[in-house]
Design a protein around this ligand. Structure first.
Ligand code: 0A1
Ligand code: ZN
Length: 884
């Protein structure tokens, strides 16, 4: 990929192949305290047809070149040009293979960006996606350059008894002087971003997996000393993932070993390096005393996600970084399907849709909007986004919906068969489904190209004479998305007509306009269409966009009575939840629009009754009832308001609703909260987690209604697991701040868990998200706490990240002090870890949606960050685009 003149923007349209073909990589890494020597031998050949005089242009990043040789002969200085960022070599053979040997010297100890080779608690580890390999050696560091790797690691045996890399272990031995070595061989062609090395003093949990063709795979999960037993659930999740991918997609693991390493300092969740996944230890280490049910679910999902990448990402990788959703959207779809099969499908879907609306919708509706496949970027690290991942997964799900299960599976099989070993594109992927389903997906492919959330407007008309129900559907993209086009897209809309007893009505449907009807699916591909259902005995309730079958904003002007009926009757449980959720967010946004001092209740009595009826319905799954009790978040209400947002007002409205619901449901909540006492032993399964979620939601309503910290404090003290303990602590800290009960519990929590970094993160985050203006003072104090550090991404995210993203009240203090605090931290963090700084800075993107005072302060803060001297490309890119 060429960097173009105007400010280093990289464009999809500029893609061209390399002039040189890479046949193999042979590396030796000599790890010493304070320095690492890297010797890389590249087997190369000029590509047939490439210019005979073309130079070999290699990428670097903060590298020092020690030596360079071609076929064993040291190169004269005139033959190459080396800077820390590039290495250009001329006069290379016109035809035939040659070997380029490069020696670099790096200092992993000084690497605070956590990209390339770095040290975490003394452990050497790597992170190469997207462009970290070039921080280890000069290389054709792009995903379409694939090769087999052989890697030799040398280190001090005492400091690093464990030496790991990709592929299979082939050799190890002693080097004298207390040093030893290991050699790893990865026979599968891979791009450099999947390279990994880990060396350190680690414990391991071991197991085996028998594949469907009868091969035994050695599994290892490596942790810091003494914590291997906390990897037991991750191991279980790994084995279930391996079995599921065989069952569901026919995908078998391909190497003799599969290793996972848990690392304390990690920029993201985890990384799918071939045969050697490296994880943020947050997604590996668990036991009931330190981890919540949400943590267990997170470990299961991330373990599955990284494992599934072995086929969707590694065996078939991306031609260039614009195709990132090819592996990410597809792999998120796969991990969501896994969780749906392993847990409860509707509850999982509710969770995914909540996440989509909380993260992807605001991104798609603000200045950082981009298509699922972006057309350009300044910094690729800033495109590991909710749009690429979560909307990318929705696009795959829509293909599955349109084709049906059997043809979708055929398309996946074809994809694996046709592109195994290749670096592919979205066009390649889509073509497989066109063939498998014998369909034309060219209009559907607009989902990859057009940014923005489409609005689907639905209106209904019942004709009592003709006994006909007419449904009118319209789609539109906000004009703001015009940069990438506003053509009508293909929207699969699953629906049902619900009768007065909840029965599914069958009716003949006739379509006029841009849609077709296929069973319970309306496929809208024009700007508008009507579907008329005839022969109905009476007016049905329309349950539309079931299971959220397309990622759109639904504007359905449905009568409140119809929604209440569906909240009670709909056989599609997802839509039953959504009927309630729409009623709640509709009521709350309307209330938030009313002037301050207006004392009308936030929610209608009928809505509260419906919510309480579902929550108390013993026929329903407790996890589902827990979801019913989870009100739309303040950020979601703010998003739905769209403009002039006053976060204090939004907070007051939601709090009022909580108290109203709590008082009205007092007896239900008392019963539900008591149902799950501390005598129930902890097991991490979804059903038990659902019961705890319901009980803890009930406890929060009780506290809102009774305003009594004592009963919550008792609950805190008697908690038998972290889920219940942190739930009680959050209620104390967020509802009764600075009370004795809350201060005592926070101090107790710190004493109990101060040796565990992961639990300490919860302690920081809980205080950072307390919804009070004064929380800022606490956060400022915590930034000076001896256990706060900018070097650990989890800790920064826990304090600064969660304050900015999840404390609507204190971050958005009217005096702008919250903004100033975050900006100051981001500028300091940018010098240490620009990737994390850029990620946290995205919380400023919604600045235009706030009322005038906050809006001006947000803009001013963004401009101040933008003007800081020496800003990283990462942070610069985010603030510049946010201001556009
Ligand atoms: N491919 C990983 C995500 C990932 C991306 C960049 C990283 O660099 C710090 C790390 C991880 C995944 O989807 O899990
Ligand atoms: Zn991924």
């Amino acid at each position: 990929m060429q960097r173009t003149e105007e400010g280093q923007t990289v464009r999809l349209a500029d893609y061209r192949r390399t002039d040189f073909v890479l046949r193999g990589v042979d590396m030796t890494l000599k790890l010493f305290e304070g320095r690492t020597e890297v010797l890389t031998r590249l087997s190369l050949e000029r590509r047939p047809g490439a210019p005979a005089n073309a130079a070999l242009e290699l990428d670097g990043d903060e590298l020092i070149l020690e030596s360079i040789a071609v076929d064993g002969a040291i190169l004269e200085p005139g033959r190459y040009d080396a800077t820390p960022e590039s290495l250009s070599v001329t006069g290379l053979p016109e035809t035939g293979p040659f070997e380029l040997a490069i020696e670099t010297r790096i200092a992993p100890e000084d690497n605070t960006k956590l990209m390339g080779l770095y040290r975490s608690n003394g452990i050497w580890c790597t992170q190469c996606e997207a462009e970290g390999f070039r921080r280890i050696t000069y290389f054709l560091d792009r995903p379409d350059v694939l090769a087999p790797y052989r890697v030799r690691i040398e280190a001090d045996r005492a400091a690093a008894p464990v030496l790991l890399s990709n592929g299979n272990p082939v050799e190890s031995g002693d080097l004298g002087d207390g040093r030893h070595f290991a050699v790893w061989d990865d026979p599968f062609n891979k791009p450099s971003y999947l390279f990994a090395v880990v060396a350190g003093d680690l414990d391991a949990l071991r197991d085996t997996f028998l594949t469907m063709s009868g091969r035994t795979v050695e599994l290892g999960i490596y942790t810091e000393k003494g914590r291997a037993r906390q990897a037991a659930y991750a191991m279980d999740a790994l084995k279930r993932s391996m079995a599921w991918d065989e069952r569901r997609f026919g995908r078998e693991y391909d190497l003799d070993v599969f290793n996972v390493v848990a690392i304390a300092d990690f920029n993201m969740g985890a990384m799918e390096n071939k045969g050697l996944n490296v994880f943020n230890h947050k997604y590996v280490l668990l036991d009931p005393d330190i981890a919540t049910d949400a943590d267990y679910a997170g470990v299961e999902t991330v373990i599955a996600h990284e494992y599934f990448h072995n086929w969707t990402g590694n065996r078939i990788t991306c031609r260039d970084w614009f195709q990132l959703c090819l592996k990410e959207g597809l792999t998120v779809y796969r991990d969501q399907e896994f969780s749906a099969d392993e847990r409860e499908r509707t509850v999982q879907r509710i969770g995914s849709v909540r996440r989509l609306k909380a993260h992807q919708f605001p991104e798609d509706q603000g200045p950082l909007q981009h298509p699922v496949r972006p057309g350009e970027y300044r910094e690729i690290n800033n495109f590991y986004t909710a749009t690429v991942y979560d909307k990318g997964a929705e696009v795959v799900r829509m293909i599955a919906t349109l084709l049906g299960e059997a043809d979708f599976r055929k398309g996946m099989d074809l994809y694996f068969e046709r592109h195994d070993g290749e670096a592919a594109t979205i066009e390649d992927f889509v073509a497989c489904f066109e063939q498998a389903g014998a369909v034309d997906l060219s209009q559907f492919a607009l989902w990859y190209a057009q940014a923005g959330t489409p609005t689907l407007t639905v209106t209904e008309a019942w004709d009592p004479q003709e006994r006909r129900h007419t449904v009118r559907l319209r789609q539109s993209l906000a004009p703001g998305a015009a940069r990438t086009g506003t053509e009508p897209m293909v929207l699969p809309i699953r629906f049902g007509l619900v009768g007065g007893n909840g029965e599914e009505r069958r009716a003949e449907g006739r379509v006029a306009g841009g849609a077709r009807l296929d069973g319970d699916l309306i496929v809208l591909d024009g700007r508008e269409a009507t579907v008329t259902f005839a022969g109905l005995s009476d007016r049905p309730y329309l349950s539309v966009l079931r299971d959220f079958s397309a990622p759109v904003t639904l504007e359905h002007d449905q009568a409140e009575a119809d929604r209440l009926a569906l909240a009670r009757l709909d056989r599609n449980l997802f839509n039953r939840w959504r009927a309630l959720d729409d009623l709640l967010s509709g009521g709350l946004t309307r209330a938030a629009r009313r002037p301050l001092g207006d004392t009308a209740p936030s929610l209608d009595g009928a809505v509260v009754d419906a919510l309480l009826a579902s929550a108390g319905d013993e026929e329903l799954d407790p996890a589902f009832r827990g979801q019913v009790l989870t009100l739309p978040g303040e950020a979601e209400i703010a998003r739905q308001l769209g403009e002039g947002v006053d976060p204090d007002r939004v907070h007051a409205v939601v709090e009022d609703a909580r108290a109203v619901i709590g008082r009205k449901g007092l007896s239900t909540f008392a019963r539900l909260a008591a149902a799950e006492g501390s005598d129930v032993p902890f097991t991490p399964d979804a059903a038990s987690a659902g019961r705890r979620a319901l009980a803890n939601a009930a406890l929060a309503y009780l506290a809102a209604a009774r305003n009594d910290p004592a009963e919550v404090a008792a609950r805190y003290r008697s908690a038998g697991n972290m889920t219940d303990r942190i739930a009680a602590l959050a209620i104390l800290g967020h509802r009764f701040p600075q009370s004795d009960a809350s201060e005592e519990a926070l101090a107790d929590f710190y004493r109990r868990y101060e040796t565990d970094e992961l639990v300490l993160d919860k302690w920081f985050a809980l205080q950072a998200t307390a919804p009070f203006h004064d929380a800022l003072a606490a956060v400022e104090r915590l930034a000076g706490h001896p256990r706060f550090t900018m070097r650990n991404p989890n800790r920064v995210r826990a304090l600064v990240g969660s304050f900015a993203a999840s404390n609507q009240v204190a971050f958005h203090r009217p005096d702008g002090a919250g903004y100033r605090f975050v900006a100051e931290k981001l500028v300091a963090l940018d010098r240490i870890n620009p990737q994390i700084a850029a990620r946290i800075a995205t919380t400023f993107r919604a600045w235009r949606s706030f009322e005038a005072g906050r809006r001006a302060k947000l803009e001013e803060t963004l401009r101040q960050i933008a003007e800081t001297k020496g800003l990283s490309k990462d942070l610069g890119d985010i603030v510049d685009r946010s201001l556009k």
